[in-house]
Design a protein around this ligand. Structure first.
Ligand code: PLP
Length: 295
């Protein structure tokens, strides 16, 4: 009892996670000996460069993409901004309409609100009592001017998992791109960008036991996305700035660990979740689960 009272129990992993010791260990050499600039041509820089490229392969493998489709960013917020603003501006001659949901993270919602002030039009779809976005509602909202649909894979407050594969299929049937904020889904929902009809996918290292300030955007080969950050030729000339080498290495190791045994992880977490939900509902009157009973 005493011990429990003194030991903090952290239960806000949707806000951030600690870094796994394996992640810290993977990063350590890149905080010391491998300090070269990955863009430098001499052999000394090769260590940094290969660290970044190993991580790119790890992220690609985790979502079913090819390494050339993975672009590192400074977190989930930048990835969301890049996906949505980048797709909007690169495709504006085809239309100016975006479909999203009312329960997106602020990195998506505030980006869409800003785009409305730039002349784009946005539909914010409501969700059902369980927090689900209906693919038929997405279809009904799509117009001839729709260029992008953005619906998150899993919600950061209530945990509801969206039917992203179907939403992506609906978007594609109407010639729109499909972006998903998968920040909360990595390590909890198996991701396959092909099977799930995803063109753009955002992820963030610190939500799956990796470092803060690291993230990535998956951009399907051939997808038109405007560059937001101009400068040097890093990330195939599409996201400038000297790479956060230790952070990227940590992100790569973390996503490898997080996706190694999603089923086993979910079994453990689900058992604790169910016990917590039962305990709260059973002992406090007038409580109900704000979320989806199965998804
Ligand atoms: C945390 C979070 C973000 C933002 O990611 P950062 O790396 O913190 O910028 C975006 N979307 C969702 C769903 C999140 O949970």
């Amino acid at each position: 009892m005493n011990d429990l009272a003194e030991r903090p129990v952290y239960m806000d992993h949707a806000a951030t996670t600690f870094m796994k010791p394996e992640v810290v260990a993977a990063m350590a050499p890149y905080l010391s000996e491998h300090f070269g600039n990955p863009s430098s041509l001499y052999r000394f820089a090769a260590g940094s460069r290969s660290g970044v490229e190993t991580a790119r392969g790890q992220v690609a493998a985790a979502v079913g993409a090819t390494p050339a489709e993975i672009f590192f960013t400074a977190g989930g917020t930048e990835a969301d901004n890049w996906a949505i603003k980048g797709a909007a501006f690169a495709n504006q001659e085809r239309g100016n309409h975006i479909v999203t949901s009312a329960i997106e993270h602020h990195a998506v919602l505030h980006t869409c609100e800003w785009l409305e002030r730039q002349g784009f039009s946005v539909t914010y779809l409501p969700v059902d009592e369980f927090g689900r976005v209906e693919p038929v509602a997405v279809e009904a909202a799509i117009t001839d001017a729709t260029i992008l649909v953005s619906v998150m894979t899993a919600n950061n407050e209530i945990g509801t998992v969206q039917p992203v594969a179907e939403i992506g299929r609906v978007a594609h049937e109407h010639g729109a791109l499909f972006h998903t904020d998968a920040v909360q889904a990595i390590g909890a929902v198996p991701i396959d960008v092909e099977r799930m009809n995803i063109d753009l996918l955002s992820l963030s290292g610190h939500k799956f036991y990796g470092p803060k300030g690291t993230g990535a955007l998956y951009i399907r080969q051939g997808t038109r996305v405007e560059t937001l950050i101009h400068g040097g030729g890093q990330e195939q000339g599409r996201r400038a700035g000297t790479e956060n080498v230790p952070g990227i290495v940590g992100l790569g190791r973390a996503i490898e660990l997080a996706t190694a045994d999603i089923e086993g992880h979910n079994r453990r977490i689900a058992a604790m979740r169910d016990r917590l939900v039962r305990g709260v509902i059973g002992s406090i009157p007038d409580c109900r689960l704000n979320g989806h009973p199965t998804e």
